[in-house]
Ligand binder design. Structure first.
Ligand SMILES: [Zn+2]
Length: 320
């Protein structure tokens, strides 16, 4: 092998071994993770149940595989875990369970949060029909998988400037205890969180927006959505303002505390919402893969940029 050729081969191998840009998200990974989380074996991931805990441990094991830092509890031996136990007296397991992974940035002053809720409605023997398991494939296994897959993609890129917290909350469907605990005991002061994107019900396309598109709740409230869209995100305004979705997910308590926090979704008001029929069979995996991939580079840009999103004049939410 001659010298120029050798150098060329070395450069190509190095580029392959150390990719600069985040990897793209693969449909087979989404299918694997969503298929497990929304399987009957997971018994609907009821808020505060042992199945919610298993979901959290599973998500934590994925975060570990991607090389994230654990952001959960420290055990008696001093080992840090990916799962955080939050005591909830009334919960079936006496607690709710968050999964937290951290991709440490080079600038310790600023952080971004990507979040979802990992719990759903569990099993209801009084539900009509034969199917008693509320699998919550769209609500919100789809959002949890979005967070997992964005973690996988962003962890393969170069070290980000801002630290990224990947967080799946427990008990959103019941009392919001998982996110409330996180907000009241944040790993860094809330003022360091430049933005939170919450992922909720994006497993099926919404006919009200263009094909392959997701929407952002409260799009008109801040400059975050428009700037992400300008950077290539297939992201538009929420076409269902009458539903007040901005106020209906875990982004809202954060937004009330000043964090620029929105929810990304494609919920087209399908009738499987909070029914046992919210099943894996109804998930549109090619849609999910395509729309999530449109977010990878814009989010990578956001974590590396100096851009600090802000509420537009008079648009910051206030406790009503
Ligand atoms: Zn939900």
């Amino acid at each position: 092998m001659n010298i120029p050729r050798l150098i060329f081969t070395l450069v190509v191998s190095l580029l392959l071994a150390f990719p600069i840009n985040a990897q793209s998200i693969r449909e087979q990974d989404i299918r694997a993770e969503l298929g497990f989380l929304a399987s009957d074996a997971m018994q609907g991931r009821g808020s505060g149940t042992v199945f919610e805990r298993i979901a959290a441990e599973y998500i934590g094991s994925q975060f570990r595989q991607f090389g994230l830092e654990p952001g959960g509890d420290t055990d008696s031996a001093g080992n840090k875990n990916f799962v955080q136990r939050v005591p909830v007296e009334s919960a079936p397991s006496g607690a709710t369970w968050n999964a937290i992974g951290v991709l440490r940035g080079s600038d310790p002053r600023e952080a971004i949060m990507l979040s979802a809720h990992l719990d759903h409605l569990g099993v209801n023997d009084a539900a009509p029909g034969d199917d008693k398991i509320f699998n919550g494939a769209d609500d919100d296994a789809s959002g949890s998988v979005a967070v997992i897959e964005l973690a996988r993609a962003l962890a393969t890129g170069k070290k980000p400037r801002r630290t990224i917290y990947f967080v799946c909350f427990g008990s959103e469907e019941r009392c919001g205890a998982g996110s409330r605990h996180f907000i009241d005991n944040p790993p860094v002061p809330l003022t360091q969180f430049v933005a939170d994107l919450q992922f909720e019900m994006l497993g099926r396309p919404d006919e009200k927006v263009a094909a392959g598109t997701l929407w952002l709740t409260g799009f008109e409230r801040s400059d975050l959505g428009p700037v992400l869209a300008k950077n290539g995100a297939a992201l538009v305004a929420d076409p269902h303002p009458e539903q007040h979705f901005f106020q209906r997910s875990d982004n809202y308590p954060l937004a009330l505390r000043g964090v620029i926090a929105h929810t990304i979704s494609s919920f087209g008001l399908h009738t499987d919402y909070h029914r046992a029929s919210d099943d894996v069979l109804k998930i549109d995996f090619p849609f999910m893969t395509r729309s999530l991939n449109s977010l990878v580079r814009p989010i990578q840009w956001l974590v590396d940029s100096d851009f600090r999103p802000a509420w537009l004049p008079g648009q910051a939410p206030v406790r009503g």
